[in-house]
Ligand binder design. Structure first.
Ligand SMILES: [Zn+2]
Ligand SMILES: [Zn+2]
Length: 377
């Protein structure tokens, strides 16, 4: 399937600013959001397309790679890919290593205003929340774009000008013997711009420390270690540069009853000695409430019963796991005289019976006898 051009998807020009791209994305994302179009597959596909275009075009490096090489330049299958995905090849690093070493300067070319850092948020979920999905409000301490200056760092619109020392390139050339060595411009620190009247609120950084509240939808089936990437929700970049991403790292709290292993759930269910011997129905817990389980007569302790489809629905494949119940036969306590009497009577009947009533014990003592017989012979 050939992919549509990312600029076309967002309906923006090839030289569109980050701001314009964000605007277009917000508008389209609202329009196609699955919450607003339940069950509409075309809308869902459009939403994914828009999201991908936005993620590439707001990432400085990926956008440059896309502009130069098209879709091949940003093919996620070439990078780490998967959940939270890596990216295309990092061309800057390759050239930086080669030229940086020879000339002793910074990476070749103009240094851009720094993009915001990615942030990680550790989110604790109960097993029920992870299995069924939930909405969470995250409070994130963050650097966000200064609203006083619109992220430019300057009090007035005309206050930002190209640096006179480096003429906006961010680097100055110094002659050393045969070589012209490029160094970071000392006047503007490599940004290529100087601010004459820095904004009071952010002191010319274009960013301020804030706490933002994000509402995040956690998909059903997430497990320990899963990451959810929220593009553009990390730290704001310097002077209007693109924001980083926010990675929500899922941690699942221990559950009092269930232990999860992939899509399967395990639990131990106590069962009375009489129930285990006679067989019958017992109640077992599931995440959707109690269900009854038929236990055959002569059930031994530790026997496992599999309840198909009562496990966890995978967030990736939508396959549903099983619930595996291990029954534990319980020794009765706090016996009354009457109960003791009955049990003694029961024990006596076992002793005089011609049948074998204790498969384990009898097998065990047969083994012990054989062991000693072998020793003495
Ligand atoms: Zn400001
Ligand atoms: Zn400069």
């Amino acid at each position: 399937m050939s992919k549509r051009d990312f600029y076309e998807v967002l309906g923006v020009a090839r030289d569109a600013s980050d701001r314009d791209i964000k605007k277009a994305y917000k508008r389209l994302a609202m329009k196609y959001h699955p919450d607003r179009n339940p069950g509409d597959e075309a809308a869902e596909a459009a939403f994914k397309e828009v999201k991908e275009a936005y993620e590439i075009l707001t990432d400085e490096q990926k956008r440059a790679a896309y502009d130069q090489f098209g879709h091949a330049g940003v093919d996620p299958n070439r990078g780490a890919g998967g959940f939270g995905g890596g990216g295309g090849a990092d061309f800057g690093d390759i050239f930086g290593d080669v030229f940086g070493d020879i000339f002793g300067g910074r990476r070749g070319g103009r240094q851009q205003a720094r993009g915001g850092s990615d942030l990680r948020y550790n989110l604790e979920l109960s097993l029920e929340e992870a299995v069924k999905g939930c909405k969470k409000e995250l409070k994130i301490p963050s650097l966000s774009s200064c609203d006083s200056c619109g992220g430019t760092g300057s009090k007035s619109k005309t206050g930002v000008s190209s640096c006179g020392t480096c003429h906006g390139t961010g680097q100055v050339q110094i002659r050393q013997g045969f070589f012209a060595v490029a160094q970071t411009c000392p006047t503007c620190g490599g940004r290529g711009k100087v601010i004459k009247d820095p904004c009071n609120k952010c002191h010319g950084q274009g960013r301020v420390e804030t706490t933002k509240t994000l509402s995040v939808t956690i998909p059903a089936g997430v497990d320990n270690g899963d990451r959810i990437r929220l593009a553009g929700e990390g730290e704001a970049g310097e002077m209007g540069a693109p924001a980083g991403d926010l990675y929500v790292q899922v941690h699942i709290k221990e559950h009092p009853i269930f232990v999860r292993d992939g899509n399967n759930l395990y639990c131990e269910v106590p069962i009375s000695f009489a129930n285990a011997a006679l067989g019958g129905e017992i109640e077992v817990p599931t995440l959707d409430g109690r269900v009854s389980l038929k236990v055959p007569s002569e059930t031994q302790t530790g026997r496992m019963f599999r309840l198909r489809g009562k496990g966890v629905k995978s967030v990736r494949s939508h396959a549903v796991g099983d619930l595996i119940c291990k029954v534990i036969v319980e020794t009765p306590v706090n016996l009354t005289e009457r109960q003791k009497e009955l049990l003694r009577e029961f024990e006596e009947t076992c002793a005089v019976s011609a049948k074998r009533h204790k498969p384990k014990a009898e097998g065990f003592f047969d083994g012990v006898k054989k062991f000693f017989d072998d020793l003495t012979s």
